[in-house]
Design a protein around this ligand. Structure first.
Ligand code: MIC
Ligand code: SF4
Length: 644
């Protein structure tokens, strides 16, 4: 039997398990990446493991999220990451060098390799045929130490792309169409593999836009073949020797398949406040807009910037609009500076940002009250822009740039003849902002500023757990709800006690106070609880507040892994209707929970307030059960290494 690309990648890295969907497997990790807002925690955890040097082929620490530096905190974190990287064998991409996913694609990604990143958009690397997966910082720390990455063997969904994109329709519209078809939970448990004639019409950055936003499907990752187009991209990056062909076997099998006719697509937009709330730009109509942001790891490549510049050339941004542009990397910024495209943007009135995440994670450029903001990034969750009342529409760079000129949401097909952007034969290569690690790390001093506080570690799971249902939330709660990130909070990513004051505040401002008053308890959630980012803070902060278990209808993949790694039990209802049997404030008891988890016995929750029993499910592998019993992955790893 032949293999598809995802299976080939897994098979060549399989450490344990068999490639049977739904079962626990582990894979060897070739490369890791971290960024600064998850990186501090990941490196603190790596240090706690006591391993002197990373064991991966390449590990890179990027500084791209926390670049606002409104106080000493960000800069302290940067210094800590710079020194810890130098000591332990990790490459360091300095602030200003670009967004981790864009730079990794340009300079380090290799077809056929595995990449684990402490950021949910790590699957961007799937654009060059990598198995690139987002995970919590602790999983990345373990991988840096040479440990395998454990995951549930996903099913493989084939997305066949037929035809060719029409004028002014772009890769962003393809992934928005996939989101429209599958929804934000449609990819859970799957790897999305792209195939079909249409693939050959897409450049690597366009493919990367699609795999990047596969994160919004909840997919484990997404992957494209590595073909002649990949080879040309790598050659233009001076890395042709990194190329390797990766195609599915002719008789490859898939668990599922959908087909998209690219020729029939039109410009699309995801309306507030979910990336799957998709309609055509034309149907939504010419709504008045206040702000446009072109950038983020989804749409900040050379192609996207050149296209934007061509649209803006000789024009003026509409008087009611603030247009902000963030080129994805120093390479891109430097190239558009040299060829004059940047000058066209500036002349048109665009506000140019440094190459970083910026507005995508609420680091500046919060729009006005009740604003409509058009953005080329990937998430439009409520409040993520920094303004709770603003509505964000996710669109392509084409739609964004044209609308910035007209002042209203505009179908770019009305602009005239479409521009064709050729991929450069060679990119501008200058890796002077990437610091190599020291050959010998022993004498390197790691610098720790006062903002770096110890992280919480759980205790062994007790015999029974009792506490109140401290909060009950609905479906699709994101990690941006659980642990919001914005210009005010992101500087505190290495300060869990401070962050705990903001846990779940978008759902209920009193939650942190209540959790503290009651000495912890339970969270009750709906479907797809914890979707979105990989931030393990969304588990560490509840742990700090004494949360013992989260009982939900279902969980998002990375957040569930982060809960387990923190020793918080993710429990699901046997019957979703039982969600109605718990009210906020009810006293809940999990009797014999230690024994039941250990023995894999059925778990029954007693709602003492209502005097009823509710059967629960805990879908854990044996390893995950042991992690929970030990009180988290760090304790478990320590126990393993002590050989007890
Ligand atoms: C995001 O896009 O939400 C982030 C910020 O990049 C997160 C990581 C983080 O919270 O630091 C992600 O996607 O994992
Ligand atoms: Fe940065 Fe936004 Fe990409 Fe997250 S989604 S890595 S915040 S650009």
């Amino acid at each position: 039997m032949g293999y598809n690309i995802a299976q080939k990648l897994i098979k060549s890295h399989l450490v344990s398990g068999e490639m049977v969907p739904g079962t626990d497997i582990s894979i060897r990790i070739d490369q890791t990446l971290t960024q600064d807002s998850t990186g501090t925690m990941a490196y603190l955890q790596f240090e706690a493991m006591g391993i002197p040097r990373v064991k991966t082929e390449k590990s890179v620490a990027y500084i791209d999220h926390n670049t606002l530096q409104s106080g000493f905190e960000n800069a302290d974190d940067h210094k800590y990451i710079q020194t810890v990287a130098k000591k332990h064998g990790i490459y360091y991409s300095r602030p200003g060098n670009g967004i981790c996913h864009q730079v990794h694609l340009e300079r380090f990604g290799k077809p056929g390799k595995t990449l684990l990143g402490s950021d949910s958009h790590t699957p961007t690397g799937g654009g060059i045929g990598m198995l690139a997966i987002g995970a919590g910082g602790l999983d990345v720390a373990v991988a840096m130490g040479g440990g395998a990455y454990h995951l549930t063997m996903p099913k493989i969904k084939k997305v066949t792309l037929n035809g060719k994109l029409g004028p002014w329709v772009s890769a962003k519209d393809i992934i928005l169409e996939v989101l429209r078809l599958l929804s934000v939970k449609g990819g859970v448990g799957y790897i999305i593999e792209y195939a079909g004639e249409g693939v050959k019409t897409l450049s690597v950055p366009e493919r990367a836009t699609i795999t990047n936003m596969g994160a919004e499907l909840g997919a484990t990752t997404s992957v494209f073949p590595s073909d002649e187009i990949t080879k040309e991209f790598l050659a233009a990056q001076g890395r042709e020797s990194d190329w390797k062909e990766l195609l599915p076997d002719e008789d490859a099998k898939y668990d599922d398949e959908i087909t998209i006719d690219m020729s029939s697509l039109s410009p699309l937009a995801a309306k507030p406040h979910m990336p799957d709330n998709v309609d055509t730009v034309r149907n939504i109509g010419p709504i008045k807009i206040d702000q446009v942001f072109i950038g983020s790891c989804t749409n900040s490549s050379y192609r996207d910037m050149m296209l934007t510049a061509k649209i803006l050339k000789g024009k003026t941004v509409h008087p009611d609009i603030s247009l902000v542009i963030g080129p994805g990397s120093k390479q891109v910024l430097n190239m558009i500076a040299q060829n004059g495209a940047l000058a066209d943007m500036i002349a048109a009135g665009a506000r140019i940002l440094e190459s970083a995440c910026g507005p995508c994670i609420g680091m500046g450029q919060a729009p006005r009250t009740n604003a409509v903001s058009l953005r080329t990034n990937n998430r439009n969750f409520e409040g993520r822009s920094g303004t709770a009342s603003a509505g964000v529409y996710i669109v392509s760079p084409e739609t964004a740039a044209v609308s910035a000129l007209t002042g209203v949401l505009t179908d770019p097909r009305t602009f005239g003849e479409a521009f064709k952007i050729d991929m450069p034969k060679s990119f501008l290569i200058n890796d002077n902002m990437i610091d190599a690690p020291a050959d010998e790390g022993e004498n390197i001093e790691v610098v720790r500023g006062p903002n770096i506080k110890p992280f919480p570690v759980n205790v062994k799971l007790p015999e029974a757990l009792e506490g109140k249902a401290l909060i009950k939330v609905g479906d699709n709660i994101t990690t941006d709800h659980i642990m919001p990130s914005n210009a005010k909070l992101l500087p505190y990513r290495s300060n869990i006690p401070y962050l705990s004051e903001f846990c779940l505040v978008p759902c209920d401002p009193d939650f942190p106070k209540r959790a503290k008053e009651h000495g912890g308890g339970f969270i009750i959630g709906g479907v797809n609880y914890g979707q979105g980012s990989s931030r393990e803070h969304a588990a560490l902060v509840p742990l700090y507040l004494g949360i013992k278990a989260v009982i939900a209808k279902s969980f998002a993949r990375i957040h569930m892994a982060n809960l387990i790694n923190s020793g918080i039990i993710p429990l699901t209802f046997n019957n979703e209707d039982d969600y109605g049997k718990i009210s906020e404030g009810d006293v809940l008891l999990l009797d014999n929970i230690r024994e039941n988890i250990k023995e894999g016995k059925p778990i029954v929750l007693k709602n003492k307030t209502k005097n009823i029993s509710i059967p629960l499910e805990v879908v854990l592998s044996e390893r995950q059960r042991n992690i929970i019993l030990e009180g988290g992955l760090l304790n478990y790893t320590k126990k393993q290494s002590e050989g007890k």
